[in-house]
Design a binder for this molecule. Structure first.
Ligand code: ADP
Ligand code: MG
Length: 503
């Protein structure tokens, strides 16, 4: 087992990279050790990919020194880097689609050697590599016929065929399913066992905490710090990455929270459903963010489903003082209630459909009724406004929603509901599975909606998120309301005491 004290296989010192007027890297340093996963963490634009492209020989540093395995390391291109023992799997793949998997895997070898390899030997050799990695891929398939995820795994196999000392993975899981990611993680374990050093780039904090041995945070092209995984928490890493302390991560209110004298926008009294929740009573004012905290199984999502008409329940619900019966989601939508669900892939999005049709789907009735034949143009214009307002990163409105990152998909779900101009917005785990950068953008959007007068019910299992955004918090425990705590009494300790039923 490699330890942190061993001599680093890769040493980066004082590396600078300037593109015209942009300083992408400024005095960067990094020590990477054999048999360890070293994560490079930083917000978008921090300089991660630039540093990796320097390691791959795609860019030359403006100045600085890099040593690989004790020798000066100045690759002039990726083939050169591979020959010297460093292989890199880029966000943008570099495979030849019209060649087979086997040909791609062995293509980086010296031409003189490759020239003598007959087909059968080539296939056998690449089969061995694929089998060693446990990849579910046939080496005689054309790369062009594989899924993006499979291509990524081939790219990694290709890197391994050169027996690299250092393997760089730049956001490898961004287009992988959970199963495919598991395959990748097992490959990483095998690489570690072979004493290869891995540089890993990802935004997914859970994944980082699971895989990393060392974590280096960079910000604005500068080195910030390196920590061993055991010595750091996700919260600390986020704070280091964004360069703000935790209490500044959640955007502050720009307008004061509505006072208790304001009449409730939405109120719920004695809501019950056999076996799920009992006697739930709360209210929320226009402009207020009411958090819902509880451990798994506490009944929060069930309550929200009942409020949105997905499930029946007994009790009284009032909107702007008027009693309301909500028997189905479409009735809820008609009354101005919107629901951003926990599971966006199953409930919120149609992945095969375009960004535009996903955004406009919930508000369609509105377009149809008001606008007749102008409908389509207005639809497009509205979708565009939301794409810009939420800074959704998409090539265009016709791109299938499934092609976007998790964070951008979640923003589409938000955009879809915003177009219905809801009075009450229910958010169930709105940032689950979303990368850190997109999280902050979603927090800003939530704040802005509240400022515009929407009453917000925010369910989150992340205590800092509930604490950071809510004006008041409803705590649930085993289907019952354990407490409603106002912000002046919000501490992690008080909330946890209620949530665990110890109060
Ligand atoms: P990250 O991978 O951490 O998101 P990058 O390394 O891609 O960050 O970018 C770091 C900074 O360098 C950004 O400000 C980016 O705009 C700039 N940059 C990266 N590549 C180039 C380039 N080829 N030309 C000009 N600026 C670039
Ligand atoms: Mg990048």
């Amino acid at each position: 087992m490699a330890t942190a004290d061993e001599e680093p296989v890769l040493q980066i010192r004082d590396v600078n990279k300037v593109f015209g007027v942009v300083t992408a890297l400024n005095g960067m340093k990094l020590d990477v050790r054999r048999g360890r996963v070293h994560t490079l963490l930083g917000e978008n634009g921090a300089g991660k990919s630039t540093l990796m492209k320097i390691l791959a020989g795609v860019y030359q540093p403006t100045s600085g020194n890099i040593r690989l395995d004790g020798a000066n390391y100045h690759p002039s291109n990726p083939q050169d880097a591979a020959r010297l023992g460093l292989t890199i799997v880029f966000q943008e793949l570099s495979l030849c689609n019209n060649l087979t998997v086997a040909e791609n895997i062995l293509a980086t070898r010296e031409p003189a050697v490759a020239g003598f390899i007959n087909d059968r030997a080539l296939i056998r050799k690449s089969r061995d590599i694929v089998a060693e990695l446990g990849l579910p891929i046939d080496v005689t398939d054309k790369v062009g016929d594989l899924s993006i995820a499979q291509r990524q795994l081939v790219e990694i196999a290709k890197g391994l065929s050169i027996e690299a000392k250092v393997v760089v993975l730049d956001e490898p899981t961004s287009s992988l399913s959970d199963n495919e990611a598991e395959i990748l993680f097992s490959i990483i374990e095998r690489l570690k066992a072979r004493n290869v050093a891995i540089i890993y780039i990802s935004h997914r904090m859970e994944e980082i905490m699971r895989l990393s041995d060392d974590i280096t945070v960079i910000r604005d092209g500068c080195y910030v710090t390196t920590r061993q995984r055991e010595d750091v928490t996700i919260e600390e890493l986020i704070a280091l990455m964004v360069g703000r302390s935790m209490d500044q991560i959640y955007p502050p209110r720009e307008v004061p929270a509505p006072g208790a004298s304001l009449a409730p926008m939405f109120s719920v009294e004695g809501l019950s459903r056999e076996g799920e929740f009992k006697d739930i009573t709360f209210d929320v004012r226009a402009g207020e963010i009411l958090g819902f905290f509880g451990l798994i199984g506490s009944g929060r999502s069930e309550v929200m489903n009942a409020l949105f008409g997905v499930k029946s329940a007994t009790g009284t619900v009032r909107l702007e003082g008027e009693p309301l019966e909500i028997r189905s989601p479409s009735e809820a939508i008609d009354h101005g209630i919107a629901f951003v669900t926990e599971n966006r892939k199953e409930q919120g999005l149609v992945l095969s459909q375009s960004v535009e049709s996903n955004i406009t789907m919930a508000a369609l009735r509105r377009f149809a009724a008001r606008l007749g034949f102008m409908k389509h143009r207005v639809e497009t214009a509205s979708a565009l406004v939301e794409v810009e307002r939420l800074s959704i990163k998409t090539a265009n409105l016709d791109t299938p929603a499934g092609a976007l990152s998790g964070g951008n998909q979640q923003k589409i779900v938000l955009a879809k509901w915003l177009l219905t101009e809801p009075k009450v917005l229910i958010l169930d785990e709105p940032t689950r599975g979303v990368d850190v950068g997109a999280k902050f953008e979603i927090y800003k959007i939530i704040r802005q909606l509240a400022a515009e007068g929407t009453a917000i019910l925010l369910i989150s299992s992340e205590l800092p998120e509930v604490l950071g955004l809510s004006d008041r918090v409803v705590v649930m425990n085993e289907g019952r309301l354990a407490a409603t705590v106002t912000s002046d009494r919000l501490t992690p300790e008080t909330i946890m005491t209620f949530a665990t039923g110890q109060h």
